[in-house]
Write a protein that binds this ligand. Structure first.
Ligand SMILES: NC(=O)c1ccc[n+]([C@@H]2O[C@H](COP(=O)([O-])OP(=O)(O)OC[C@H]3O[C@@H](n4cnc5c(N)ncnc54)[C@H](OP(=O)(O)O)[C@@H]3O)[C@@H](O)[C@H]2O)c1
Length: 188
């Protein structure tokens, strides 16, 4: 755990409320992802493992914040995530869904006017959104799932500019199909 991280309830990562790098108006950008050892994040529009305690980590880390997602990830969730400001990115100008704000480019999500209670900004996937917004990311919470799985959606490979700090490990059990390790990645 390094500067900017604080251990929260049940080990949820607590983002530091500071401005991101670059211009003062730009929001600090967090990403949160679970990927297999071979970089897979999805298969057939779904997440190809069942990890209850990682879902809990995701929920606690993003609760009270803004979550930005691609339209396909939103469809796979099937509803807005409760307790969070939900932003969906789509090219479809007619797209509407209850409980979500719609934007038409990934960058537009970063430029949204803040609301009093929208907290920090988390990009929660999928592949297209991670790829588009990785250049803007300040911190990435990565759950590395200790498995090689088949898939059709991937997280981009991170270069040497990212330094990983281990936050927690979890073994496999009846609720968690594979062991996993959670890292915070920050730019060096
Ligand atoms: N393991 C994890 O942590 C994790 C997290 C999230 C998702 N996933 C998985 O990732 C997979 C989905 O990823 P994906 O890459 O296929 O889809 P995605 O990133 O969730 O959504 C893609 C959609 O976003 C919109 N979009 C993308 N780029 C855009 C741009 N430049 N301007 C405007 N709209 C844009 C488009 O929507 P329209 O087609 O409507 O225009 C596009 O079809 C699923 O399998 C899901 O389960 C895994």
């Amino acid at each position: 755990m390094t500067g900017g991280e604080r251990a929260g309830r049940d080990g949820a990562a607590q983002p530091a409320p500071e401005e991101g790098r670059g211009t003062p108006s730009r929001r600090r950008v967090h990403m949160i992802v679970a990927r297999s050892k071979n970089g897979v994040i999805g298969r057939g529009g779904r997440i190809p493992w069942r990890l209850r305690d990682d879902m809990r980590f995701f929920r606690e880390t993003t609760m009270g914040h803004t979550v930005v997602m691609g339209r396909k990830t939103f469809e796979s969730l099937g509803r807005p995530l409760p307790g969070r400001r939900n932003v969906v990115v789509t090219r479809d100008r007619g797209f509407r869904a209850e409980g979500v704000e719609v934007v038409h480019s990934p960058e537009e999500a970063l430029a949204l006017p803040r609301t009093p209670a929208d907290g920090e900004l988390f990009v929660i996937g999928g592949q297209q959104l991670y790829e588009a917004l990785l250049p803007y990311a300040d911190v990435i919470y990565i759950t590395e799932v200790d498995a090689v799985v088949e898939g059709d959606a991937f997280f981009p490979a991170l270069g040497d500019e990212w330094e990983l700090t281990e936050l927690r490990r979890h073994g496999a059990d009846e609720h968690n199909e594979y062991p996993f390790t959670v890292y915070a990645a920050r730019r060096r």
